[in-house]
Ligand binder design. Structure first.
Ligand code: HEM
Length: 125
């Protein structure tokens, strides 16, 4: 584990890239990114970095609606509890592998909250 916290856009890029290096090859959730929605990574990675920069560094860079995107995704291929659990496990690993401190903790906590809300919303469909 590193001994620094998440402080800059470059830190967010390190984190997001680390996460997707695992997530896109993951046997439980990888297919969402490669088959259900074959992502253009040159577009998706900066978008996700914008999202986390907005959440963690208070710079308004992301203006999308992740809830709607995941509801649409769920209609194509159901997002189940095990998928959310796996996503969060990989996210926590990516955070803790490189960062420690209040922002690192916030990155994990916010992902848990947003993931719980997404899980609830898809369960209502
Ligand atoms: C089961 C867990 C999850 C899976 C399999 C998943 C998968 C995906 C996929 C395939 C996309 C691309 C959708 C598209 O372009 O149509 C996407 C977009 C996105 N995801 Fe997730 N996701 C999960 C959970 C989360 C969580 C917990 C967060 C936030 C903490 C998150 C944040 C985002 C954001 C910000 C986008 C971009 C939405 C946009 O285009 O504006 N995802 N996700």
């Amino acid at each position: 584990m590193d001994d620094r916290d998440i402080q800059t856009r470059v830190d967010i890029e390190l984190l997001v890239n680390k996460f997707y290096q695992q997530a896109k090859y993951d046997d439980q959730i990888g297919h969402f990114f490669t088959e259900v929605i074959p992502l253009d990574w040159d577009h998706h990675i900066p978008l996700i970095c914008d999202f986390w920069e907005t959440v963690l560094l208070n710079r308004i860079a992301y203006q999308g609606n992740p809830m709607i995107k995941h509801l649409e995704l769920h209609k194509k291929s159901p997002l189940l509890e095990k998928h959310f659990d796996r996503w969060l496990t990989l996210w926590e690993k990516a955070v803790s592998a490189q960062f420690v401190g209040p922002k690192a903790t916030e990155a994990i906590n916010r992902a848990q909250q947003i993931g719980a809300l997404m899980k609830f919303k898809v369960s209502q469909l």
